[in-house]
Structures are given as structure tokens and as C-alpha cells.
Design a protein around this ligand. Structure first.
Ligand SMILES: *[C@@H]1O[C@H](CO)[C@@H](O)[C@H](O)[C@H]1NC(C)=O
Ligand SMILES: *[C@@H]1O[C@H](CO)[C@@H](O)[C@H](O)[C@H]1NC(C)=O
Ligand SMILES: *[C@@H]1O[C@H](CO)[C@@H](O)[C@H](O)[C@H]1NC(C)=O
Ligand SMILES: *[C@@H]1O[C@H](CO)[C@@H](O)[C@H](O)[C@H]1NC(C)=O
Ligand SMILES: *[C@@H]1O[C@H](CO)[C@@H](O)[C@H](O)[C@H]1NC(C)=O
Length: 442
């Protein structure tokens, strides 16, 4: 009898787990006032998201739940064996900037925990009411599962309880790898990410570890804003948030000759995107570019191609564009450490109106920051060189992540944490009272 009960409950628990929604993550879309939620079940089941506004300042509080049924795809996550999972997405619409939203996922068998997120979403069309408001975004690169990833996991899970953010940017290299172990590693990672990604828009770009089978796992598991050039592949896109424009680029394509068409498509799109962002500079003075590979970093060139040949390649393609459009800040991953550099143009520090260790006033070139050390599977394999580059301000090897705060049109602040000690290990202010560089070319 006991054995029978045991068997029944095992079967019960197993099918229960199969039906439960997992890997819940949010992302912004290409439209305003929307949030996309993506989740996974292991069998095909009717499922939907239920959401409602909460904590609105005015009297729009509503007890009414809106239900949106999922759009479902059947995805073979296996490589050696065929293993299907069902990836569901639904878009919550009509969001208001000054409300929060409570939601949960419902399946035939039950529902997820409730989660809450902010109704502030990207601002694509006038009136740009949100452009004056502060934004806080967590940023990291190169994060997987396993023991090296736990420092950031533990700190992030606490951090999100005491502070509010709008979004999280993951600068590529996700899970090590999404496709590994017939997709189990990707599932484990997205479950590890869920406490954070179910509450804040989780915006990703691809790194070299997402390359398998033409980025299939990346494209199926993540849905980023669609534009005409990316055709919905989630690899490169942009969004306006508060006083900043974010250009999220895919550097991986430029390393593969067979992707020549994709390179041209993306490069043309980047030029158009920056042209438009630059025209709206009086509304949104900050232009921030993110990429997986580093354009400037200091790891010994002889030992690693990343800060040598690869960065030369990228700078040859793009540095004039950053300079012409006056990009303010460049956030990059790939290299497994933390590095903050001065404003750089053509491999040299460019003086600002005022510079000190923690502040640049009216810089004349982009400031480069590598935050590629959230916890990769290889550990500390990009040691700090004995001799730093002339433009390196600060480097650190601890696993950790950063926080970007754009206070307003004139003040941007960045800080980096060590998740091993819990300390803030570095910070910098960028202050500017003009829209872009004075000297685009010199
Ligand atoms: C929406 O979902 C909630 C919670 O699952 C349910 O109670 C409600 O009846 C649903 N509303 C509609 C209109 O289907
Ligand atoms: C899930 O099952 C329903 C009902 O049997 C079917 O209509 C639908 O096509 C299935 N979805 C997928 C993605 O296989
Ligand atoms: C890879 O995917 C992109 C779309 O993201 C597509 O344009 C391209 O043709 C694919 N390449 C191959 C070799 O399948
Ligand atoms: C950049 O400058 C450093 C140090 O001054 C030098 O070692 C390196 O070769 C330079 N890189 C390029 C691409 O010129
Ligand atoms: C912008 O933010 C900074 C930092 O919080 C603050 O000192 C400054 O007064 C703000 N400027 C405006 C115009 O609000």
C-alpha cells in the first residue's frame, strides 16, 4: 500500500512538474506600454497569463484581471535525443507608466507564484513624458549555472528585494550553454534567472556561446523587440528608456564570413538607428551601446585574441560611427573580468572638460566598461595584466555585476559590485551639459 501510494505520488508529482509553468521571464517589445512574458511547459497544455494593475497613484486600481492566452511553439531542445518543450509567450498590453502590474501564469493544473513588475516601458513615440525620469538597470555578461555563478545568484536574489529596477541587461554568453545537455542547461539557467527575470524586463544579446545551430536556442527562448532589419531574430535591436537610448548590438555575426549578409543588414541598421537617436538628442541625450565582444579591453594581447585582433576588427568597422554620433557609454562582456576605461578614440585617451578617477565632465569619446564576470564556467581565466593599458582606469577579477543609473539628462552613474564580498568596487559619474561631443572628428 505504501509503495503504491509512493508510486502514485511520484507519478503525480512528475506530471505536476511537467505541467507547471517554468523559466518565466519578461522582456520589452517594440511597442510602448507592453510587456512580453515567456514561459515553458514540458507538455502541451492550455495556458495563459492573468494580470492586473496595482499600486497606481490615481484611482485606476482595478480588481479585474485580464487574461491573455499564450502563443505556443513546440521546440526540440535536444541534440542527441529529440526532446520537445513548449515555449509560450503572451503580451500584456495597455500598461501605464505609473502603475505596477501583478501577474501569474495559469496552466490546466495550477498557477505560478504571482510576480510584480513596473509599468514603465520603452518610449518610442511622442509625447515623451518618461524622458525626464531616472532609470536603474542591472547589467552583467557571461553568466551561467554551477558554482562560479552562485555569488551573483545569491547577491542578486537579495538585491532585488531591497531595490527596485526597471530591467536587466545580459551582455551575452548565457547559461554555458543554452543547448548543452540536450537543453537542460538552458532550462536550469532560466529557472535560476526566474526570480529576477520574472520581475524585470530581461534584455539579452547573443555571445559566442549562443552560436550553436545558428543561434537556435537563443532565438527560440528569447523574444526581443522586432525591427525590419532583425526580422524577429532578437539578435540586435534598440529601445528608448527614460533619458537614454540603448543600442543592443550583435557582435558575433562579424566573426563569421558565412554571415556576411547579416553583417551588412546589421551595420546599415545601426547607422540608421544612431541617426534617429541622435536627432532626438534634446529629448534623450544619452546614447548607450552594448555588445558581447569588447571594443577596448586590456587582457594580454598575446594570450587572447579578444582584446587584440577581435577588438581591432570591431573598431575598424564601427569606431568612426560611435565618434560621429557621439556615443556616451559602451558596455561590453566576453572578457571574464571587470574593467573601466577612460573615454577612448583610436586607442588613446581623449580628455574631457574635466576628468578625475570617478568623474568625466563633458567627455569627447565613449567610455568603455567591461562587465563580463557574472560567473562563467571557466572561472578567472582572463587575469589582470601586470601592465595596464594607458587608458585603463580600474580592473578587478571578482565575480559580480553592475548597476547603471541614468538620473536625468545631465547625470549618468555606473557602479560595479563584487558579489564575492558584497562591496561596491568601482563607480563613475558621467556628467554633461551639452548634447554631444564638441569635436566629432579631430
Ligand atoms: C481570468 O483568469 C482568472 C484567474 O485564473 C479567472 O478567475 C477569471 O475567471 C478569468 N477571466 C476571464 C474573463 O476568463
Ligand atoms: C497543442 O495542442 C492543441 C490541442 O490538441 C493543438 O491544437 C496545438 O496545435 C498544440 N500545440 C502545439 C504547439 O503543438
Ligand atoms: C541563420 O539565421 C538567420 C536569421 O537569424 C538567417 O537569416 C540565416 O539565413 C541563417 N543562416 C543559416 C546558415 O541558416
Ligand atoms: C594600442 O595601444 C597600446 C599601448 O599603447 C599598444 O600596445 C597597442 O598595440 C595599440 N593597439 C593598436 C591597435 O594600435
Ligand atoms: C540630475 O541628477 C543629479 C544626480 O542626482 C542631480 O544632482 C541634479 O540636480 C539633477 N539635475 C536635474 C536638472 O534635476
Amino acid at each position: 500500500m505504501m509503495i503504491l501510494t509512493f508510486l502514485i505520488s511520484c507519478t503525480f508529482l512528475r506530471s505536476y512538474a511537467l505541467l507547471q509553468p517554468e523559466q518565466i521571464h519578461l522582456s520589452w517589445t517594440e511597442r510602448e506600454n507592453e510587456m512580453r512574458v515567456t514561459w515553458v511547459t514540458n507538455i502541451n497544455t492550455t495556458t495563459y497569463v492573468a494580470y492586473r494593475p496595482v499600486m497606481c497613484p490615481s484611482a485606476v486600481y482595478s480588481d479585474k484581471w485580464t487574461n491573455v492566452s499564450a502563443n505556443t511553439i513546440k521546440f526540440n531542445k535536444g541534440e542527441i535525443i529529440v526532446l520537445f518543450q513548449f515555449i509560450h509567450t503572451a503580451i500584456m498590453t495597455g500598461l501605464k507608466h505609473d502603475c505596477f502590474y501583478e501577474y501569474y501564469i495559469v496552466t490546466a493544473w495550477g498557477k505560478s507564484e504571482p510576480y510584480m513588475f513596473s509599468g514603465r516601458t520603452p518610449d518610442y513615440e511622442p509625447p515623451y513624458d518618461d524622458a525626464k525620469n531616472e532609470i536603474d538597470i542591472l547589467v552583467f555578461g557571461d553568466w551561467g549555472t554551477g558554482s562560479n555563478s552562485l555569488y551573483v545568484k545569491n547577491m542578486l536574489d537579495q538585491h532585488i528585494k531591497i531595490r527596485n529596477f526597471l530591467g536587466v541587461i545580459h551582455l551575452g554568453d548565457i547559461a554555458y550553454n543554452l543547448d548543452q545537455e540536450d537543453g537542460q542547461t538552458g532550462d536550469d539557467f532560466l529557472n535560476q534567472m526566474q526570480p529576477v527575470a520574472a520581475r524585470f524586463a530581461y534584455m539579452v544579446i547573443p555571445g559566442n556561446h549562443e552560436r550553436t545551430s545558428n543561434f537556435t536556442h537563443y532565438k527560440e527562448r528569447f523574444r526581443m523587440p522586432v525591427n525590419e532589419a532583425n526580422g524577429g531574430n532578437s539578435c540586435f535591436y534598440s529601445f528608448n528608456l527614460g533619458p537614454a537610448h540603448f543600442l543592443m548590438m550583435d557582435t558575433e555575426v562579424y566573426l563569421h564570413d558565412y554571415l556576411r549578409d547579416s553583417q551588412l543588414t546589421e551595420t546599415n541598421w545601426i547607422a540608421q538607428d544612431l541617426e534617429k537617436a541622435n536627432k532626438e538628442r534634446d529629448i534623450r541625450p544619452w546614447i548607450i551601446v552594448t555588445s558581447h565582444h569588447a571594443f577596448y579591453c586590456s587582457v594580454n594581447h598575446a594570450l587572447s585574441p579578444e582584446c587584440g585582433v577581435q577588438s581591432y576588427l570591431y573598431n575598424a568597422l564601427f569606431e568612426e560611427m560611435w565618434n560621429y554620433y557621439g556615443v556616451d557609454l559602451f558596455l561590453e562582456g566576453h572578457v571574464h573580468n571587470y574593467e573601466r576605461d577612460t573615454p577612448i578614440y583610436k586607442n588613446e585617451t581623449v580628455k574631457s572638460e574635466y576628468d578625475d578617477l570617478h568623474m568625466h565632465k563633458n567627455p569627447n569619446a565613449p567610455i568603455y566598461i567591461v562587465s563580463g564576470n557574472a560567473g562563467n564556467k571557466r572561472g578567472h581565466n582572463d587575469p589582470i595584466p601586470e601592465v595596464l593599458m594607458p587608458w585603463t582606469v580600474f580592473m578587478h577579477e571578482d565575480y559580480g555585476y553592475g548597476l547603471l543609473k541614468v538620473f536625468n539628462k545631465t547625470h549618468l552613474y555606473w557602479e560595479q559590485y563584487s558579489a564575492m564580498t558584497g562591496d561596491t568596487i568601482d563607480y563613475v559619474w558621467i556628467v554633461k551639459d551639452r548634447l554631444r561631443y564638441d569635436k566629432p572628428n579631430y
